[in-house]
Write a protein that binds this ligand. Structure first.
Ligand code: FE2
Ligand code: FE2
Length: 288
């Protein structure tokens, strides 16, 4: 996985003008008929599809916060949501090629299944975020950076594990768009964290206390466990997890959190190799 941070430039105007649905019309989806994905890979793809389709719901919860007052942030979120919508559609096409298509009824069912906590989430988030003020935007941008890193890494690992030429081509196209999402979030997070000690403290606290793997708030625990085991357990996965943690370490004030290592610690891959448990840096510091 490449490192996106050094020399990474992001131009909002260029991004807004070039944001587009990921292209899939030139891909031969019938190839999945003769060479389908593995059952484990397909299960990961279902997870990814559901989570991409949930982006607009995450956006709902973010537009009630101080993030909506920054025009650059809202311009980005507009295009980001548009591209993520098409990622969900592209993944759904691969599922459909396996006879596992899921339409609007499935999406509606997932949203309805979130229950009353989801109904009040925007109210809670609005009150909390308004009480925090401008520094909430740093938390949002950092959260976004970490989740985009994880998403990009997840697609890269799925490519490695499945080795399917059509899936590879499609996911590489999606990953090129995810790279631009990373660029925006990381640039914003770095600048906002560097500018405010309070933002650094709040962000560190929020991540350590509340961050969970992408999609785990929406998907069943077994599905999240499967995704993490298939993509981030074992030797190759452990390396990927460590590289994401190393990137988080380089954001101002966030060194040593070990979020991904702790989320994947103790999981085993198909060969039964356990993933190393990463100690909680803040817990160690508290105990010292
Ligand atoms: Fe995406
Ligand atoms: Fe993204």
């Amino acid at each position: 996985m490449k490192d996106y941070i050094p020399g990474m430039a992001f131009c909002m105007d260029d991004y807004a003008r070039s944001a587009a649905p990921v292209r899939t019309d030139d891909l031969d989806f019938t190839a999945f008929g003769t060479r389908p994905l593995s059952a484990a890979g397909l299960r990961c793809l279902r997870y990814m599809c559901d989570v991409e389709n949930h982006t607009v719901c995450y956006l709902r919860d973010l537009l009630v916060t101080p993030s909506h007052t920054d025009p650059e942030v809202t311009a980005f979120l507009t295009m980001w949501n548009y591209e993520e919508y098409w990622h969900g559609e592209a993944l759904a096409d691969v599922l459909a090629a396996h006879g596992a298509g899921r339409g609007d009824d499935h999406i509606r069912e997932i949203r309805r299944a979130q229950g009353w906590r989801d109904r009040v989430a925007p109210i809670k988030q609005a009150l909390l975020a308004q009480a925090i003020g401008e520094d909430f935007v740093a938390v949002h941008m950092t959260w976004g950076a970490i989740n985009e890193w994880c998403t990009h890494a997840g697609y890269a690992r799925l490519i490695e594990r499945e080795g399917h030429p059509v899936l590879t081509e499609m996911l590489e196209r999606i990953m090129r768009q995810e790279t631009r999402h990373v660029a925006f979030y990381v640039g914003q997070a770095r600048a906002r964290l560097a500018a405010s000690r309070r933002a650094r403290r709040l962000t560190r606290f929020a991540l350590r206390r509340y961050w969970r793997p992408v999609g785990s708030g929406v998907m069943a625990p077994d599905e999240t466990r499967h995704l993490l085991s298939y993509l981030l357990a074992g030797r190759g996965g452990e390396r990927t997890a460590a590289s994401i943690d190393a990137r988080i370490d380089r954001l101002p004030g966030l060194e040593g959190l070990g979020l991904i290592g702790r989320a994947t610690g103790g999981l085993t891959d198909a060969a039964g190799s356990p993933t190393r448990l990463v100690p909680d840096a803040d817990a160690d510091a508290d105990a010292a």
